[in-house]
Design a binder for this molecule. Sequence first.
Ligand code: SF4
Length: 250
Amino acid sequence: MNYNNSADEILAIYRLHFNSIMLYFAMKLLTEDNAKIQKSLNKGYKTYGLHLAPHKLSGKNLCTSASKGCAFACLNTAGLGVFKSIQNARLERTKFFNKNQKEFLSSLRREIFLAIGRAEKMGMIPCFRLNLTSDILWEKLNIIQEFPTVQFYDYTKHFNRIMDYYNGFIPENYHLTFSRSESNEKQVNALIADTDVNIAVVFKEFPDTWKGRKVVNGDNDDLRFLDDKGVIVGLKAKGRAIKDKSGFVV
Ligand code: SF4
């Protein structure tokens, strides 16, 4: 390609990269706007999260241990999730993840790197929750291992995964809390009997204890990695969960 002058050259490069620049902005992966993660600011932590389209919404199941009750009550439709534009953005992000995982992970890596810098500039400790509305095994995709000094955390409904966590097979900088549903009661009982992993339970009203364990209020902040070991993380039913009839809400 011949250019008459540098202005033509700049214009040609701009045109060539316009689509990828637009795609980059349209495909911003991490959010800081979730109301719950904003509560972490008071404790000096800046949380960045990733919202994808949960369960089978994208055509590929991102939550293979989900129950009927949790898929119905999923926080995906809470808060800003009521807006169609937000749902579309989550869907597009998920299609990007499903279709081009390598590119997706490069973008995610870049955004994590930039977010760490931004948080530190603000004098905050950065932390990341990549499964705001999904249950992906990020540790298998090596993202967590690439930032060994940074705290990641998530909830999970995968029993084998939480056992790997308990047995020390998950990177140390990745904190996991098991998430109860109406269909994993046996697993919850086994975890309570044999481990000290924390278990999140959605309640209509918080009890002081549940199945013999102390209940802490998980709605006060989102910083699950600061919870004591062996507690029940109580979450108040919100959004569609208020109408739950499956037993997902206790
Ligand atoms: S596993 Fe979690 S993210 Fe997935 S559908 Fe259930 S509540 Fe939503």
